[in-house]
Design a protein around this ligand. Structure first.
Ligand SMILES: [Fe+2]
Ligand SMILES: [Fe+2]
Length: 197
């Protein structure tokens, strides 16, 4: 498929996603697509690539846990701490799985678009600016209504690294507040951004 402009998103990608994703999730996907394009323009990155990553970042988000786990195994997709995530929060596998779906089903070849999709659920200690942008766009899209979201959106418009740092911190806090286990990769990412001393 030709992803050099947005037409393919409208004509092919969104209609396909609409068949799999519940309405609310689809609204989120559109909001992330818009936010990714917006942030890309602000920060001198390519808005077409950013919107493509935004459009496809959650393509496997509605899959049942068992299907995500099966898919990761059968396609041998590398996932940090796979056993921990499989047991505690299999939903987080939708990042790496959505990247594989983007490549296989939607024919995306752009490696950074694919890695940004793969990393949006867990984060990573190594993130390019583009990958950070997609992570942040997912967390700060306009369908997100947590208290700090407006402040973080303002921050993201001028400071991508700062917004990424804050997004990682907030996400971790949500997990702690819910009393659920923290994936080791999320802790590693946090520690890399908030080093001791
Ligand atoms: Fe996601
Ligand atoms: Fe998302």
């Amino acid at each position: 498929m030709d992803y050099t402009d947005d037409r393919t998103l409208k004509d092919k990608v969104f209609p396909e996603l609409e068949r799999e994703l519940p309405r609310r999730r689809m609204a989120h996907v559109l909001a992330v697509t818009l936010m990714a394009g917006h942030l890309a323009r602000r920060h001198g990155l390519d808005p077409v690539r950013a919107r493509l990553a935004g459009a496809l970042h959650d393509s496997a988000r509605a899959w049942p846990d068992a299907r995500l786990i099966r898919y990761v195994r059968s396609r041998r997709i590398p996932v940090p701490d796979f056993d921990f995530i499989r047991r505690n929060q299999p939903v987080l596998l939708h990042g790496p799985v959505s990247a594989d779906v983007a490549r296989k089903k939607f024919g995306v070849k752009d490696r950074e678009v694919l890695s940004a999709i793969a990393k949006h659920s867990l984060g990573s200690v190594r993130m390019t600016r583009f990958e950070k942008l997609v992570y942040v766009a997912d967390f700060l899209s306009h369908d997100r209504s947590f208290k700090d979201a407006p402040r973080l959106r303002r921050l993201a418009a001028r400071d991508l690294d700062g917004a990424y740092r804050e997004s990682v911190r907030q996400k971790l806090r949500f997990l702690v507040d819910r009393g659920v286990p923290i994936p080791p990769e999320c802790v590693r990412v946090y520690n890399s951004l908030f080093p001791p001393g």
